[in-house]
Ligand binder design. Sequence first.
Ligand code: NDP
Ligand code: 8X3
Length: 252
Amino acid sequence: MRKIALITGATSGIGKATALILAANGYDLIITGRREELLKDLTSEIIKDTGAAVISLCFDIRDLNQTDLAIKSLSGNWIAIDLLINNAGLAVGIEPVHEGVIDDWDRMIDTNVKGLLYISRIISPGMVARESGHIINISSIAGHEIYPNGAAYCGSKHAVKAITKAMRMELLPYGIKVSSISPGMVNTEFSLVRFKGDQTRADNVYKGLTPLYAPDIAESILFMVTRPPHVNIEDLVIMPTDQASARDYRRR
Ligand code: NDP
Ligand code: 8X3
C-alpha cells in the first residue's frame, strides 16, 4: 500500500525536489504552499511522471485558521498521514539586530517556528492515535551554528532543533519517529527571498563554489524514510564540500 506524505513548502527548492523523489518511491502526496499556480504545475508533473495521487493545499502556514481549514478539508485515506515534512521556511534580510527589520523577524519566526508548530499540532494527534508516523523538520546548519547578521534566522533554526528534540521525547511512547535535516548552502529560491528579490546578490552567494542542490537534500530525506522501523536518524548535517561551517567557504 502506498504511504501518504504531506510536504509543506513544496512549490520550490527542497520541498519540490522531495515531492518528486517521494512520489517516484511509493508515496502519495499532499503538497502545500502559497503559490497556487506552482502547486498546480507540480501536481500535473507528478501525476504525469510517476502516477502518484496528489492533493494540493494552498495556504499560508503562518495563519493557524487557514492551516487548520486546509488540513480539515482532507477526507478518506488522506487523513492518515504517514510522513510530515516540515519544510516551509525562509530567511529574510541580513542585518544585525541593532538595525533589524521587525517585519523580517516576524516573517521568519512566524513561518519557521510557529508555522511548524501549528501544522505539527494539527497532524500529530492522528499519528498518536495510530501509533505510527514520521515527522522530519528541515532545520539548517544555522540550527547548529551562528553567524553575525543572522540572529533571527539562526534563532528560528535553533528553535527548530529544540522543538525536534522535545517532540522526539514526547512522541517516543507512540513509536513515532522525529528527525531533522540540517543543510548548509543549497541553491534554491532561498537567497532570492533572503535578499528580497535582488537576483545579483542572490547569485553572488553561490559564486565561485559548488553549493548543494535541492535533489541532494531530497535524496537524503528518501534515505531517512526508507530505514527499517527500528532505525531513526535523528539529524543529518549535510554541507557542500566547498563549505566547512556556516562561515567558512572555499571560493575559486
Ligand atoms: P525556497 O525558497 O526554494 O522554498 C521555500 C518554500 O517554503 C517554498 O515552497 C515556499 O512556498 C514555502 N513557504 C515560505 N513561506 C511560507 C508560508 N508563509 N506559508 C507556506 N509556505 C511557505 O527555499 P528552500 O527550499 O531552500 O527552503 C526550504 C527549507 O530549507 C526552509 O525551511 C529553509 O530554511 C531550509 N534550508 C535552506 C537552506 C538553503 O541554503 N537553501 C539551507 C538550510 C536549510 P510559497 O512561497 O509558495 O508559499
Ligand atoms: C540556510 C543556510 O548558512 O544561509 O539555512 O544559514 S545558511
